[in-house]
Design a protein around this ligand. Structure first.
Ligand SMILES: NC(=O)c1ccc[n+]([C@@H]2O[C@H](COP(=O)([O-])OP(=O)(O)OC[C@H]3O[C@@H](n4cnc5c(N)ncnc54)[C@H](O)[C@@H]3O)[C@@H](O)[C@H]2O)c1
Length: 281
């Protein structure tokens, strides 16, 4: 029975996952090596809880109880020492994750499940950093976690059925829907999303329609909540390009990044974070 949860990394995803965990009733420890990230993460979690109270989604008492389940720490050993379930949400770098996972395994109870929120890296490679690889699988949340319903569960080569079941159970307690995906480049979501975004750039390059009209067509004609250019401006064009390069290398020619996207990145048009991408902000 999973009672205590540990979230590793308090950034964009980590704070959202910790919020989902405390609301689901888990005693949750949020770890980050940077104190500033923990302070910011806690304040963002409080912000989401308070917004929920304001909107009448939770009572003040429920919100208070949820926040009381949250502990933050800069000490990895104490973060995972008593955890039944660990979600890794550290930066998307394989070298960092491999080192971190080996450390986590050293301090965590032998029975703890280890889930990684990676959006692209190989879960099988990560599992190989552990002496018990069967205890690891992917638990891919979406941004912002408190609004997005899906968790993609990614089965590494050696993930055990018990590990996959535990991840499914925790995701459902957090109010999420799950899909099961074999460890493969881009899983389901990043692969399709990169393909749509790349095709949108090819259409813009060919002069099929304006960026505004391509976005409008997908929103109103295909019921996408955001247009592909609005979305890539949010995600970051550099991030999208690196995903496409990875898919191109792993899956072949149909993922070759559109030259217009490459040009935008070279021009420094990286999206909202720098004030200009496909659109100006
Ligand atoms: N941002 C997204 O939309 C999104 C969506 C799904 C999955 N992901 C994945 O989630 C993971 C985290 O991404 P993010 O966007 O939250 O990143 P982020 O940069 O916002 O947060 C990462 C956090 O990890 C901390 N950190 C640095 N070194 C660490 C270490 N050794 N151990 C633990 N924590 C460390 C940083 O201080 C930072 O607070 C990545 O694997 C990413 O691919 C991101």
């Amino acid at each position: 029975m999973i009672k205590t949860l540990s979230v590793i990394g308090a950034g964009i995803m980590g704070h959202g996952i910790a919020h989902a965990a405390i609301v689901a009733g888990y005693d949750t420890t949020l770890y980050d090596p940077a104190e500033a990230a923990l302070v910011k993460g806690r304040s963002q979690i409080e912000g989401i809880v308070n917004k929920g109270i304001e909107l009448g989604k939770v009572t003040t008492a429920e919100g208070g109880k949820a926040l009381a389940r949250l502990t933050t720490t800069e000490d990895l050993k104490s973060a995972v020492g008593g955890a039944d379930f660990i979600v890794e949400a550290a930066p998307e770098r394989i070298d960092l994750k491999l080192r971190l996972l080996a450390e986590i395994e050293k301090f965590a109870p032998a029975s703890a499940v280890i889930a990684s929120n990676t959006s692209s890296l190989s879960l099988t490679e990560m599992a190989a950093a552990l002496s018990s690889p069967g205890r690891l699988a992917g638990m891919h949340f979406f941004n912002p976690v408190h609004k997005m319903k899906l968790v993609e569960i990614v089965r590494a080569l050696e993930s055990t059925p018990e590990t996959l079941h535990a991840i499914d159970d925790v995701a459902k307690k957090m109010g999420k829907e799950t899909v099961l995906v074999r460890d493969s480049a881009g899983f389901v979501t990043s692969r399709v999303n990169a393909m749509i975004g790349n095709e949108a750039f090819f259409m813009l390059q060919e002069g099929v329609a304006s960026a505004r009209d391509i976005d409008k067509a997908l929103k109103l004609g295909l019921n996408h909540p955001m247009g592909p250019f609005e979305l890539v401006d949010l995600v970051g064009l550099d991030t999208r390009l690196s995903v496409l390069k990875f898919l191109h290398k792993s899956l072949g020619e149909k993922y070759r990044p559109c030259p217009l996207l490459v040009q935008h990145v070279k021009a420094g048009r990286l999206g909202r974070k720098v004030g200009k991408g496909v659109y100006e902000y």
